[in-house]
Ligand binder design. Sequence first.
Ligand SMILES: NC(=O)c1ccc[n+]([C@@H]2O[C@H](COP(=O)([O-])OP(=O)(O)OC[C@H]3O[C@@H](n4cnc5c(N)ncnc54)[C@H](OP(=O)(O)O)[C@@H]3O)[C@@H](O)[C@H]2O)c1
Length: 305
Amino acid sequence: MAASSRQRSTIAIIGLGNIGGVAAGCLRAADRQDIIVCVRQPIERLYLERPEGDVEVPLRALTNPADAKPVDWVLLCTKAQQTPSAAPWLARLCNSSTRVAVLQNGISHVERVAPLAGDAVVVPTLVYYNGERLGADRVRLRHVAEHDLVAADDADGRAFAQLLEGTPLRVLLSREFSTLAWRKLLINTVANPITALTLQRQAVFRREDVKALCIAILEEAVAVARADGAQLAEDEAVKTMSTLLTYPPEAGTSMYFDRLAGRALEVEALTGAVVAAGRRLNVATPLNAALLTLLRAVSDAASAG
Ligand SMILES: NC(=O)c1ccc[n+]([C@@H]2O[C@H](COP(=O)([O-])OP(=O)(O)OC[C@H]3O[C@@H](n4cnc5c(N)ncnc54)[C@H](OP(=O)(O)O)[C@@H]3O)[C@@H](O)[C@H]2O)c1
């Protein structure tokens, strides 16, 4: 008993929203590691609805970074724009033996998080599951793809996959991580901005004029992705649009819900990443730059309000 408890590794989950809530509930229910959640509001129990059967788990929560100690793994589950606010947590949780898995959208996980993580290793991941925080102590997991997360097929990615063994979260290890990251960003490059700016759910993509605009936005992003080394199909923009059209018309997007709620938008990690990479790689992105200006104006007004 004492020996096995000594072997349990420690995981700190920063941000108990849609994604962090599901990760915390799944890991706590599997009970293979010691889990703490780093939150702004205290919480003692979490109810997780999941296809494998609902569970209610006790949580050990910290609300003050000063109470945190170094852990084996950090799962960073804030929105990308909230990453700087997690710096005090990362400073206390990380040492040279820590790995920080970043469960955020975008392509620049390492650049975003490494400056805040000291000597820790940053492990980028792509999230495919749908998480929904239904209330203060309730979250729902939906599987929407064959895998729930993707990590690079290297030593750190494999260690991340092992961490989630015994949970319902299935990790795909891929040698094409950066291509998959770009593919996911392509969807987000149209799905999020268009729903947020039009304040319409995904039914808006059934309009022929919106479809044509989306293809043009995607063509720009695909050119940037190729210049960045992504291995994409000839007709990647059209394929991406076809994928988007398989989603239910009544589905929203996280940027749409953030705009409805008057919250800041995850704009720099999505459209901002395309425009920044275009500038770096000398690929013109006028449509994405126009979207970026509008989204920044919306997001800044929300932050100021
Ligand atoms: N939702 C999905 O199904 C989905 C799917 C794929 C990818 N993603 C990506 O996953 C990432 C996380 O998204 P999400 O939907 O989980 O966002 P979210 O629901 O907004 O959750 C973020 C959580 O982080 C917390 N937080 C922010 N700063 C913090 C800090 N300094 N200390 C402690 N907690 C902090 C927030 O707390 P407060 O509530 O106090 O603000 C919130 O609970 C994003 O990059 C998103 O694009 C989401």
